[in-house]
Design a protein around this ligand. Structure first.
Ligand code: BDR
Ligand code: CA
Length: 339
């Protein structure tokens, strides 16, 4: 299986990403780094442990990262992800211990232990990875590949007009990470799954229904999640119920922001790409992060035509088949939950 170092700010869609990886026979999670973002870092770590419990996962290291972004204060987004970061899901406190090493130390140690073998997946702000790069500047050579959910290249952000959330929380960290890959050979360039592609990954009620049906837990009509926001996720399967309760909150958020009764599966999509890069077509680009613009701070700017005269430092995911992604997600998570 593909070894993966995961870095998350769990997070509703981060939760799905974690469960997807746990459900994937071709993935081995080496460690989970918790980063402050959607909610505070302690809550993120607690959520990570909670999902491991619910999935009856073996011991997987969960490390805690910095409580703050590198330079600016932390902004969290309970509006989007719920008071605890997992929507309406409720996970009891876990008895699993947290790692004694910091998230950035864990990144460095795991990458050194598995040189050229581990894929890094970041679905939160890039704080931990930036700190890890300060400790081990050779990380870009030690990782097999890095997959990042973050950025918005086609102007429209989701946090500020031109800025995506993960970059917005810690733009300085994002710049450190993108700059660190400026000399990366083509096969080591990070794959960036920006909003331009992840917003085409729309999870709807029908997907949740298919998921429950695949898990064989209850007849589909008893778990439907519909627009009147009634709690209908009464699936007897605890994992399916909690996932549906998490996602329902996210769907309500998207509906309240005129995006329809659906939710964007940013992070699970990036997780799928980490396991199988052939899910996306990519375009090489030189990406930099705006740090000083008074209106555009945190914007990811992509040079696709070599105008800056700098080598490409990322591959931007530019095309995919969302239906194929949902088939994969539903098959893996559904069969795993039904086990
Ligand atoms: C990203 O922001 C977070 O709220 C989501 O979990 C995702 O990682 C999308 O912009
Ligand atoms: Ca996230």
């Amino acid at each position: 299986p593909q070894r993966v170092i995961v870095d998350v700010d769990t997070g509703i869609d981060d939760s799905l990403a974690l469960v997807f990886l746990l459900a994937s026979p071709d993935a081995e999670i080496l460690g989970i780094a918790s980063t402050a973002g959607n909610v505070g870092v302690d809550r993120v770590a607690a959520n990570n442990l909670g999902w491991l419990d619910l999935c009856r996962a073996p011991d997987i290291e969960v490390a805690v990262g910095s409580t703050l972004p590198l330079v600016i204060p932390l902004v969290t987004t309970e509006d989007t992800h719920g008071p605890h970061g997992i929507g309406y899901a409720e996970l009891p406190p876990s008895a699993r211990p947290l790692s004694t090493r910091s998230a950035s130390d864990m990144w460095v140690d795991l990458a050194r232990k598995h040189p050229g073998d581990a894929v890094g997946l970041v679905t939160g702000p890039l704080t931990n990875l930036a700190l890890a790069l300060r400790k081990e500047p050779a990380l870009p050579q030690l990782l097999k590949r890095l997959v990042i959910m973050g950025g918005a290249f086609n102007y429209a952000g989701n946090t500020k007009p031109t800025t995506e959330w993960n970059i917005s929380v810690d733009p300085e960290a994002a710049k450190i990470v993108f700059d660190a890959f400026s000399a990366a050979p083509a096969d080591r360039r990070p794959i960036v799954c920006s909003l331009d592609i992840t917003e085409t990954i729309e999870m709807k009620s029908e997907h949740l229904e298919r998921l429950a049906r695949r898990a064989g837990s209850v007849p589909a009509e008893t778990i439907s999640v519909d627009e009147d926001a009634t709690v209908r996720s009464r699936a007897s399967n605890p994992l399916i119920r909690q996932l549906s309760d998490a996602v329902r909150f996210y769907m309500e958020f998207h509906r309240d922001h005129d995006q329809g009764f659906l939710s964007h599966m940013h992070d699970p999509f990036a997780a799928a790409v980490a396991l199988d890069p052939s899910l996306v077509r990519t375009k090489p680009a030189t990406v930099d992060v705006e740090l000083t613009g008074t209106l555009t701070r945190g914007m990811t700017v992509a040079d696709l035509a070599g105008m800056w005269g700098r080598e490409p430092n990322v591959d931007i995911a530019s095309q995919t088949d969302p239906a194929a992604f949902f088939d994969l997600l539903i098959e893996r998570v559904g069969s795993f939950a039904g086990e």
